[in-house]
Design a protein around this ligand. Structure first.
Ligand SMILES: [Zn+2]
Length: 245
């Protein structure tokens, strides 16, 4: 049997995934990273998929499922929206998710979140939502959200697993370890609620300066790196007696 590259990689850098059950006993917040048209909706921009993508579809469906439960319970939700000023590039990526365009808005399946009282929307102009939460006066919208809601666990979903999700998780865990995020204890990354983009080497090799980004491999690497910082990786997420059918 010939193993695919992704299977070889999973053999070389395996990590444990867990079944996570959330209950009312532990105050949990949901963080949605960049589930916006510019990264998820076909043809929506320079970094949007060009054809249907099952990993991205699953990420949207699972995120919407979780968001629904959190909103029914009035549990805290924080949504990061990648939003850039025109003319200010984010190297090495082409212009994307410009403020004021629909690229930088939530996907149709999540648009309803804008009206929910338990949802905080944070537009950010950098990869890392933690840094993107910093205000000019030195305060931090994400840190305040954790503290004001007394959140002990955060559940993280979104796109891209190996870029904005990972950067946010790394900063959050470093900050928690330094004691800046009390009472936050645990960061859970839900694998089925995350996705990344696909740019296969067969296409990248013909384009000058392009960096290949095979989707399945990079998704796995992103989760592995998050695990290496101390995040828990969830293979599935359910709710103890809370989820409506
Ligand atoms: Zn960006």
């Amino acid at each position: 049997m010939v193993l695919k590259t992704v299977d070889l990689l999973k053999n070389e850098i395996p990590f444990e995934e867990e079944s996570v059950v959330l209950s009312e006993d532990v105050k949990t917040g949901l963080v949605l990273v960049d589930i916006i048209n510019g990264f998820c909706t076909i043809g929506a921009g320079n970094l949007a998929p060009t054809e249907p993508n099952s990993q991205i579809n699953e990420m949207i469906n699972e995120s919407a499922r979780l968001a629904k439960v959190f909103c029914n319970k009035k549990w805290p939700v924080l949504a990061f929206l990648d939003s850039h000023h025109p003319g200010k590039l984010e190297h090495p990526y082409p212009p994307h998710c410009i403020i004021g365009t629909d690229e930088s808005n939530l996907v149709p399946a999540l648009k309803w979140l804008q009206k929910e009282p338990n949802v905080t929307i944070r537009r950010k102009d950098c990869f890392d939502g933690y840094l993107g939460s910093m205000e000019e006066d030195g305060s931090n919208v994400f840190v305040d959200w954790v503290k004001n809601n007394q959140i002990k666990t955060i559940l993280v979903v979104g796109i891209c697993t190996d870029i904005c999700v990972l950067d946010f998780v790394c900063s959050t865990l470093s900050s928690r370890n330094r004691g800046f995020l009390t009472p936050l204890e645990e960061v859970i990354v839900y694998s089925g609620g995350c996705a990344t983009f696909d740019f296969p080497v067969s296409i990248a090799r013909d384009i000058k300066d392009a960096i290949a980004h095979p989707q399945e491999l990079m998704h796995h690497v992103g989760l592995y790196m998050a695990k290496g910082r101390g995040a828990k990786i969830a293979r599935d997420v359910s709710f103890c007696g809370l989820e409506k059918p």
